[in-house]
Design a protein around this ligand. Structure first.
Ligand code: KIV
Ligand code: ZN
Length: 390
């Protein structure tokens, strides 16, 4: 079955870099942009050019460097922002301006002290102005997650008429439930005139831990772009994690959707971004966390040693992890101990294993994790005939 491609719009260098402490200089941003291109992302959101001279320079240099991916710059629905973004993107092979405005009741009332018609007018003006510089214009309806669907559809229709090529439907506050977000995309897909001339994009934040689920609900219902970041970094609780959506689509071929990402580079890219931004990846993080392929309970270890697929749905090699690991703790069983003992050089008989296992449990109750040196010590000091040990 041929699969529909979902475009991956990476915003690590814009939404991700907004995180306090994650600021990067131009050289660091260039290294990450180069890696994102190698990874296979379709769009790199390189920054918010009007925000600072440093960000302008970064977007400009990335625009010069990147060969295949679209390079995108963020703006508000403000002429000056759009002019500065166009200038920063001047050398891009595929430039995109990402402009937009808040559309929810609370944004219209409190941020803009405005009304619905005036917001549509500003949105259309911004898209038309951006269109005078570049062909590819993405429009974001900020806080679309809390915007009523009928009004959102009116906004989308108007900006498509003005030339928008992509409609970004951000769940800016991470409020939506997956069903609700999926239904929003479906509603737009079915009710916006001219929708065949644009693609719908999911941009979900993770305030309730639903960013990935919402993005997947979005593409199931017709969106064809996901905006995401490496390791899910981003404002507050973060954005949709790139590695999660990519692997969900790959692990569920019946959805009929895929991306252009080379998944074998996911683990290494995660480490690179984590290290450059000084932002640790939680060990239990899906796909790229240190424990994502580590097994520590006896029941699981026994299964994985017999056949990896008993407790793993992803082959670690597919995401660039060399192998699964069997971690020895006080919850581990004989099978795991024998397996690790063999790796460090001891082929234990059943009787020897029984003796060593008793010693191992005493050790393991005192330590969080038993490492290779501990195995040597336990075996050497156990009351077994060491000569008979390989
Ligand atoms: O979360 C959001 O709404 C955004 C927009 C600026 C696209 O990041
Ligand atoms: Zn965002």
């Amino acid at each position: 079955m041929s699969k529909d491609i979902v475009q991956i719009f990476d915003t690590t260098l814009r939404d991700g870099e907004q995180v306090p402490g994650c600021k990067l200089d131009t050289t660091q941003k260039l290294v990450i942009a180069e890696r994102l291109e190698l990874l296979g992302v379709d769009v790199i959101e390189a920054g918010f050019p009007v925000s600072s001279p440093g960000d302008f320079k970064s977007v400009q240099e990335i625009a010069k460097l990147v060969k295949n991916a679209t390079v995108c710059g963020l703006t508000r629905a403000v002429k000056k922002d759009i002019e500065v973004a166009a200038e920063a993107l001047k050398f891009a092979k595929r430039p995109r301006i990402h402009t937009g405005i808040g559309t929810s009741e609370s944004h219209i009332k409190f941020k803009f002290n405005s009304n619905k018609d005036a917001i549509i007018e500003r949105a259309v003006e911004a898209v038309s102005y951006a269109k005078s510089f570049v062909e590819d214009v993405e429009f974001y309806a900020e806080d679309a997650g809390r915007t009523d669907n009928e009004f959102l559809a009116r906004v989308c229709e108007a900006v498509i008429k003005a030339g928008a090529t992509v409609l970004n439907i951000p769940d800016t506050t991470g409020y939506c439930l997956p069903d609700e977000y999926g239904a929003k995309i479906k509603y737009l897909y079915e009710n916006v005139k001219g929708i065949d001339r644009a693609i719908l994009s999911c941009h979900c934040h993770n305030d309730l831990g639903l960013a990935t689920a919402n993005s997947i609900a979005g593409v199931i219902n017709g969106a064809r772009q996901i905006e995401c970041t490496i390791n899910g970094i981003g404002e507050r609780a973060g954005n949709t994690a790139l590695e999660e959506v990519v692997m969900i689509l790959r692990q569920h071929p019946t959805l009929g959707l895929d991306t252009n990402i080379n998944s074998k580079l996911l683990n290494d890219t995660s480490r690179m971004v984590s290290q450059k931004m000084g932002m640790m990846v939680q060990p239990n993080k899906a796909i790229v966390g240190a424990n994502a392929f580590a097994h520590s309970s006896g029941i699981h270890q026994d299964g994985v040693i017999k056949n990896r697929e008993t407790y793993e749905i992803i082959d670690p090699l597919d995401v660039g992890v060399d192998e699964s690991s069997i971690v020895l703790t006080a919850r581990s069983g004989r099978a795991a101990l024998a397996y690790r003992a063999k790796i460090v050089g001891y082929e234990l008989t059943k009787k020897q294993l029984d003796i060593v296992y008793e010693e191992f449990l005493k050790y393991a109750d005192k330590k969080k994790e038993i490492v290779d040196e501990d195995i040597h010590e336990i075996i050497e000091t156990s009351n077994i005939n060491i000569e008979s040990v390989a």
